[in-house]
Design a protein around this ligand. Structure first.
Ligand SMILES: CC(=O)SCCNC(=O)CCNC(=O)[C@H](O)C(C)(C)COP(=O)(O)OP(=O)(O)OC[C@H]1O[C@@H](n2cnc3c(N)ncnc32)[C@H](O)[C@@H]1OP(=O)(O)O
Ligand SMILES: O=C([O-])CC(=O)C(=O)O
Length: 375
């Protein structure tokens, strides 16, 4: 029988299925993708290699990786009908809504006709998502129609190239590579679970991903990197940051970018992205945002034993690369897409419709009240 204590609210601590894709918080604070430790992946792998690992099941050989990268490059162009839709979306549209619509429209134009096509559609979305968000962003904010077919070797480099209109520096391409690896997969998080629930009805891949984007949008999940940036950019010194954080805590506010549903002491992705944030801060000569972020981290641990999750230092890292805050969560989408699609394939491979029960807390059975007797 299901545990009905309050600690099970939000299905916390309950297994909702099995996966061969990822472990979160096993052996302390670890994170692995198909058995490979996140530290090794972040240090040695290219994001495209990690995408291949998640989507196709094994690390690629050099030839397989070269062929995969070449294939992704051919899939960056957008259909005219999709560009027309993106051009209708105003500049003040939430970029995650743009991603959601872009994915859905792609699914109308290039529908998954059978599950045998899943790999091809996953690769297509991996290549096209940076094009979708940047096509809309540059058109709605700068009035330019960009060519989305670049020759960049990496998804991260492609993203930055489209955004800034010039190839990314090596430092920025490397930082994006690590960021995309860190965000790629995380077991049964809310957006992935959304994708799996949708897949369990035998729906199409674009519906699964569209739903997942909607779940990632919220500030308790992927939207936290933007919310963290909106918070820390207000503070000019570590002292001011400490004062404001203490005030927020005393009012019972949530501090975005801190805490986790599974990890208890640390999120292993934080130390990695924090290092990159430091490197990028030195590169731009920052003397405000990084020290402010470090102070917030120290105060949160001292006061509440709450640690930074993957999102907190992503905020400053992305900011130092000149990425507008509103595009932070869409970058998460461009990466997590790989995990979502791998989970959809896994769900389809051993499917039973996901349909839990609920504890009814409403009124007892009662008599129908005719209209004239109400009020
Ligand atoms: C990539 C990602 O999606 S990572 C997550 C990104 N989200 C955020 O950064 C949003 C801020 N964090 C949070 O809201 C939460 O920590 C979540 C949503 C990540 C996890 O939620 P839960 O599993 O419910 O957290 P948990 O059970 O550990 O909370 C324990 C206590 O710490 C508090 N707490 C948790 N996170 C925070 C926070 N960021 N700021 C202040 N207090 C917090 C909770 O309110 C709770 O207090 P209570 O017992 O008095 O109610
Ligand atoms: O696992 C979670 O609940 C949230 C998270 O960190 C992620 O999706 O990367």
């Amino acid at each position: 029988m299901a545990d009905k204590t309050p600690s099970s609210t939000g299905l916390r601590g309950m297994s909702a299925g099995s996966t061969a894709l990822c472990t979160v918080g096993k052996d302390g604070s670890g994170l692995t993708y198909r058995g490979y430790d996140i530290h090794d992946l972040a240090e040695h792998a290219r994001f495209e290699e990690v995408a291949y690992l998640l989507l196709k099941g094994t690390l690629p050989t050099q030839d397989e990786l070269d062929a995969y990268v070449a294939t992704l490059k051919t899939l960056r162009g957008l259909p005219d009908a999709l560009k027309t839709v993106l051009e209708q979306l105003p500049a003040d549209t939430h970029p995650m809504d743009v991603m959601r619509t872009g994915c859905s429209v792609l699914g109308n134009l290039e529908t998954e006709a059978s599950f045998g096509e899943q790999q091809a559609h996953s690769d297509r979305m991996l290549a096209a998502f940076p094009s979708i968000i940047n096509y809309w962003y540059r058109f709605s904010h700068e009035g330019v129609r960009i060519d989305t077919e670049t020759d960049d070797d990496s998804v991260g480099g492609h993203f930055l190239h489209l955004l800034h209109g010039k190839p990314a520096s090596e430092l920025h391409a490397r930082a994006m590579n690590v960021s995309l690896i860190l965000y790629a997969e995380h077991e049964f998080n809310a957006s992935t679970f959304t994708a799996r629930v949708c897949a369990s009805t035998l729906s199409d891949i674009h519906s699964c991903v569209t739903g997942a984007i909607g779940s990632l949008r919220g500030p308790l999940h992927g939207g936290a990197n933007e919310a963290a940036m909106d918070m820390i950019e207000n503070w000019q010194t570590p002292e001011e940051a400490e004062h404001e954080i203490l005030g927020m805590l005393s009012r019972g506010d949530k501090i975005m970018g801190f805490g986790h549903a599974i990890y208890r002491e640390s999120d292993p992705r934080n130390a990695i992205i924090k290092q990159w944030s430091k490197k990028l801060a030195e590169d731009v000569g920052d003397s405000v945002l990084y020290p402010v972020s470090e102070r917030v981290e120290a105060v949160m641990w001292r006061e509440k034993k709450l640690f930074c999750n993957a999102d907190f230092f992503h905020a400053s890292a992305y900011h130092f690369m000149g990425i507008p805050t509103k595009l932070f969560t869409p970058i998460f989408v461009c990466s997590r897409l790989t995990g979502w699609c791998a989970h959809v394939a896994e769900q389809r491979g051993n499917n039973r419709i996901i349909r839990p029960s609920a504890d009814y807390v409403g009124p007892e059975k009662r008599d129908w009240v005719p209209m004239e007797q109400r009020g």
